[in-house]
Design a protein around this ligand. Structure first.
Ligand SMILES: Cc1ncc(COP(=O)(O)O)c(C=O)c1O
Length: 357
């Protein structure tokens, strides 16, 4: 059965990327080998690796004074790597707008003087704090650009103003909308939502911030280690990088991030409009702070929510159960979710409402 997968991550990949990978899987372009079994020092892999780096630079318009690093350990490993590499004065400010930024702050406390300057916990993370004041003598400000569980996101209105580099966790929105990389000191993102299968984390870091890591920073967590080796210090997740490369080429062919952003705005608009015009479904996120990628919604009772999740799956709309911190449902509509998938979901929501009102 054809299904639409609303999983928060790993998320859907574009159909044509999966078909291309299938074609290459056993014999990569006449090499006689699969990418899964070829040396990361081979000429074939070198080409895959370097073109993935270059294509990402083009897609996100990343200036030459930024390194792009392909690392492992998930976005969660960056919760430690960021303070280990960037704390020079030993101080950083965090904004906690959800589960993952909370985890990042908790981890950073081990390494320096960390202050959570604002949080939206008071309203179960349904908004992004505005006008937050930061200390003057800090190494960086850390934010999570899109809150996967709670369905909120930073926009120009809430973008932090600070006298220090901004570090952003973009795991659940990278490549979904245009961002001005020059406004950030460091961006990191686990690949498994908008980019590739799990196993790869992308780090984009301004070159002047690299090379000041603590003496006890493990070699594998040092940005300098990876920057000096073009992210080939050790064996990288070759197949995941190959898949990321295919997704980058797919996006370039589509017209870049600008084009996919239009589609994402359209998809999210359809779903939010439908929810807002219904008194059967509710989304509690401040409308100006709503995520384009993760759309949580609830019905009036836990029983109805459970029934919705079950019947949605029977209708080919899978992995739509919300995170336990929010309950209800969450439709993750990453880049690879076709417009048709969102329309199918809305049709199902209408039918479910009629049958259960
Ligand atoms: C915003 C955000 N940050 C961090 C993480 C953790 O990522 P990983 O599982 O790659 O460590 C996730 C995972 O869902 C996420 O959504």
């Amino acid at each position: 059965m054809k299904v639409y997968n609303f999983s928060a991550g790993p998320g859907m990949l574009p159909e044509e990327v999966k078909l291309e990978a299938q074609k290459d899987f056993v014999d990569y372009k006449g090499s006689g080998m699969s990418v899964t079994e070829m040396s990361h020092r081979s000429k074939w892999y070198d080409e895959i690796h370097m073109s993935a780096l270059n294509d990402l630079r083009t897609l996100m318009n990343i200036p030459e004074d930024y390194y792009i690093l392909f690392v492992q350990g998930g976005a969660s490993q960056q919760f430690s790597a960021v303070p280990l590499n960037l704390l020079v004065k030993g101080k950083a400010d965090y904004v906690v707008t959800g589960n993952f930024s909370g985890k990042a702050a908790k981890e950073a406390v081990k390494f320096g003087d960390i202050v959570v300057q604002a949080t939206s916990k008071d309203k179960n993370f349904t908004y992004i704090p505005e006008g937050v004041r930061f200390r003057d003598d800090i190494d960086y400000v850390h934010i999570c650009q899109n809150n996967t569980i709670f369905g909120s996101r930073y926009t120009a209105r809430t973008y932090p103003v600070a006298n220090a580099p901004i570090v952003a966790d973009m795991s659940s929105m990278i490549l979904s909308e245009e961002v001005d990389v020059t406004k950030y000191g460091l961006i990191y993102a686990g690949a498994q939502k908008n980019v590739a299968p799990a196993g790869l984390t992308i780090v984009i870091v301004r070159k002047d911030l690299v090379g000041h890591e603590r003496a006890d920073c493990p070699v594998m967590l040092s940005y300098k280690t990876q920057a000096d080796a073009d992210s080939l210090y050790n064996t990288p997740p070759c197949f995941t990088i190959y898949m990321a490369g295919l997704v980058f080429k797919y996006l370039l062919k589509l017209g870049g991030v600008k084009e996919i952003q239009k589609i994402n705005e359209y998809k999210a608009g359809l779903l939010y409009d439908f929810i807002d015009n219904s008194d059967f479904y509710h989304n509690y996120v401040n409308p100006a702070d709503r995520s384009l990628m993760n759309v949580p919604f609830v019905c009036a009772s836990d029983e109805l929510n459970a029934k919705f999740v079950k019947e949605a799956a029977e209708n080919g709309l899978v992995s739509i159960k919300g995170h336990k911190l929010v309950g209800g449902m969450r439709a993750s509509i990453y880049n690879a979710m076709p417009v048709e998938g969102v329309k199918k979901l809305i049709e199902f929501m209408k039918k479910f409402e009629t049958e259960n009102k």
